[in-house]
Design a protein around this ligand. Structure first.
Ligand SMILES: [Zn+2]
Length: 332
């Protein structure tokens, strides 16, 4: 099943970043800290074969109108004012026990959402079929109304709404393989028939949502698919459930673009996780996804960084996702 990916010639893939992302300061002990992005970039740049097909792009920060397609004005104002307060006080402001805002977090949050938008737009434009937004703060726990769980704005949702509004994507499939349930993304699109959401996650686990019977509401009934997994789930069972859910989603929904909430806390050994995937398994899952969306979405896939808290492991995971995007064999 993986042979075609390895036998085709390499394909360019984009890596989207913005320097403001890493000015988001959560303090020295927070898992979602400033060590993550440099470690990931280092891992990518050490792979010369990958670097030779990588198109690196700097994003344009998101506009407030982009945020307001997803979030309430009160939510947007709360984040901006928390950053202003952090600047005035010269210290981090906590929106909840997990979610930090520093003086640079407003600019970082706009940059992070901008990276997701740029990755989605690059894939939609077809210049490169696949792109990865290497950004923080992450997004998939941020609901319509509030930041939570390290997330200020829901980057993947902002990107979906932007390409729907401006890049001709009518239908978007969001696949979330972060170890935590993407409750915020589910919240944004729960009653929306134009965005399908598929999440595989450890359960029960933070944030507590994501049971199988959460399927969407109203016109969006059936468009949300949750695959809760017990602690210790390994690659074979994970892939079986992933393919089963993905095939079921694609049987009734033809996306113009696929977005991935790419959390690397699904890797074995993550301090906030409990699943047992290895970086090479992410290469396989990414290859599986690309094969299944080659026709419906013309192979257009944009991934957006979510969690993943052992920087070295996350770097290896990113390399294997990018190698799959580039149709290179998995890293050795
Ligand atoms: Zn997570």
């Amino acid at each position: 099943m993986s042979a075609p990916a390895a036998s085709r010639s390499p394909s360019p893939t984009a890596l989207v970043t913005h320097p403001a992302c890493n000015r988001h300061d959560t303090g020295p002990t927070h898992p979602e800290g400033q060590a993550r992005l440099p470690a990931m970039l280092d891992a990518v740049r050490r792979d010369a074969e990958l670097a030779s097909v990588l198109v690196e792009r700097e994003a344009t920060p998101a506009l407030e109108e982009d945020l307001l397609r997803v979030h309430t004005p009160e939510h947007v104002i709360a984040v901006r004012e928390a950053a202003a307060e952090a600047r005035r006080r010269g210290q981090i402001v906590w929106l909840d026990p997990d979610t930090a805002v520093s003086s640079a977090s407003w600019e970082a949050a706009l940059a992070s959402a901008g990276c997701a938008i740029a990755a989605a737009e690059l894939a939609m434009a077809g210049e490169v079929p696949t792109a990865f937004a290497l950004c923080r703060p992450p997004g998939h726990h941020a609901t319509v109304h509030r930041p939570m769980g390290f997330c200020l704005f829901n980057n993947v949702a902002v990107a979906a709404r932007r390409v729907q509004a401006r890049a001709g994507a009518d239908r978007v499939l969001i696949v979330d393989w972060d170890v935590h349930h993407g409750n915020g993304t589910q919240d944004v699109f729960y009653a929306d028939p134009t965005v399908a959401f598929l999440s595989l996650h450890l359960f029960p686990h933070y944030p507590g949502t994501g049971s199988e019977d959460e399927r969407g509401a109203g016109a969006g009934r059936g468009m949300t698919r949750n695959v809760p997994l017990p602690p210790g789930t390994g690659a074979a069972e994970y892939r079986r459930r992933f393919l089963e859910a993905l095939d079921a989603a694609l049987a009734s929904f033809e996306p113009d673009l696929v977005l991935v909430s790419a959390g690397f806390d699904c890797l074995a050994g993550d301090p906030l996780g409990g699943l047992l995937l290895e970086p090479a398994d992410l290469h396989q899952l990414t290859t599986d996804l690309l094969e299944r969306v080659r026709r419906p979405a013309k192979g257009r896939v944009a991934a957006v960084l979510e969690g993943g808290y052992v920087p070295g492991r996350v770097g290896l995971g990113l390399v294997d996702v990018l190698r799959a995007f580039a149709r290179l064999p998995k890293a050795r």
